[in-house]
Design a protein around this ligand. Structure first.
Ligand SMILES: *[C@@H]1O[C@H](CO)[C@@H](O)[C@H](O)[C@H]1NC(C)=O
Ligand SMILES: *[C@@H]1O[C@H](CO)[C@@H](O)[C@H](O)[C@H]1NC(C)=O
Length: 327
């Protein structure tokens, strides 16, 4: 049985709205009883405590909601968008296609799960014949658990004959007015400058979703990815026992994926959940549903397509004969 998020029904609409404007509200304090959260619940994320972002509906055909500002919910004070239909701000990380925090995935089927991977390694998130996305995981060894605390630091995207790398710069202390996004297109760094920065190159378009630290990447008829760089706050570190120290705030990506043209054989940690016949093996009833089978998704480099589940066929593929000889 698949669990469908009701949000999925109007996802196309929500997409149009995702370009809602954001601005911080000064002087509003949210106090949270953090002790009520167990270690494994989605991380409440007040990046700058007291400054939730504000969003509004920019679609004029929703008159009761149009243009009214709303503050992001406490659980996602920096990463929400306005849903014009319900006229409520919605946490971006709760949408199908979200990969956020200590990576918590919401599959294409609406089912939420964790995939921890391993720190300092790369994993195949999506693998289809003409699209392949790897994630580079950073993290901390957790002395009390058999796994690492991990976050997705960068993604490597292969499409057509192109290579796109998007990531979070390592930083000690967080300043939201500083740019922490880095981008390489076909091995060339792009300089992200100005509030209205936009980059277009054939079917690729990259634009800002906020003045700093937020971008949207679109490839026509293929995908739209939003990437927001966020740090681990001292409060999160304390609540979850991450033991984040002053030399590195583990800036990482919160991601939202939308695909327009996936094949039925698509695979990868996230990709497989978009298959029409996908049956989730995740125990949804578990307190913290975890996707196992790490070796199936492990890949040797941010642009490598050698994970066992790989489906990617490079246009420049060199045919391999039965003998293993290459031509
Ligand atoms: C577009 O990308 C190619 C690499 O794929 C690069 O050589 C070219 O300079 C880019 N064009 C622009 C306008 O950035
Ligand atoms: C926290 O990290 C520091 C430096 O990495 C280490 O020396 C210390 O033992 C860690 N503390 C805990 C409780 O893991």
């Amino acid at each position: 049985m698949k669990m469908m998020s009701s949000l999925q029904l109007w996802l196309p609409l929500l997409l149009i709205i995702s370009l809602t404007f954001e601005s911080p509200v000064a002087g509003q304090q949210h106090s949270m009883d953090m002790s009520a959260h167990s270690n494994w619940e989605p991380t409440p994320k007040p990046l700058i405590p007291g400054l939730p972002k504000r969003v509004r509906c920019l679609l004029p055909f929703f008159p009761p909601c149009f243009n009214l500002w709303h503050s992001c919910p406490v659980d996602c004070s920096n990463n929400c968008f306005m849903d014009c239909v319900s006229c409520k701000p919605v946490c971006s990380c709760n949408m199908p296609g979200a990969v956020c925090q200590d990576p918590r995935f919401v599959g294409g089927d609406g089912v939420t799960f964790y995939f921890h991977g391993r720190k300092d390694q790369d994993f195949c998130l999506v693998s289809d014949t003409n699209l392949h996305i790897n994630g580079h995981f950073i993290g901390k060894r957790n002395p009390k658990l058999t796994r690492d605390f991990t976050w997705v630091q960068s993604i490597g995207i292969l499409f057509d004959d192109h290579k796109l790398l998007v990531g979070a710069k390592r930083t000690s202390t967080w300043d939201d007015s500083e740019e922490h996004v880095f981008i390489f297109f076909d091995n060339t760094p792009l300089s992200i400058e100005g509030k209205n920065w936009i980059y277009r190159n054939s079917s690729l378009q990259i634009s800002r979703t906020s003045p700093t630290n937020g971008i949207a990447i679109e490839v026509e008829n293929s995908f739209r990815i939003t990437a927001t760089v966020v740090p681990i706050s001292a409060e999160e570190s304390r609540v979850h026992g991450y033991n984040i120290t002053d030399d590195d705030c583990f800036a990482h990506l919160d991601l939202g994926f939308r695909f327009f043209n996936l094949g039925d054989e698509v695979d990868g940690v996230l990709g497989q959940t978009y298959r029409r016949n996908y049956e989730s093996k995740i125990k949804v009833s578990a307190n913290m549903p975890v996707m196992g089978d790490k070796p199936k998704y492990l890949t040797s480099d941010i642009f490598a397509t050698d994970c066992p589940v790989s489906r990617f066929v490079s246009r420049n593929a060199i045919p391999v004969l039965d003998s293993g000889e290459r031509f």
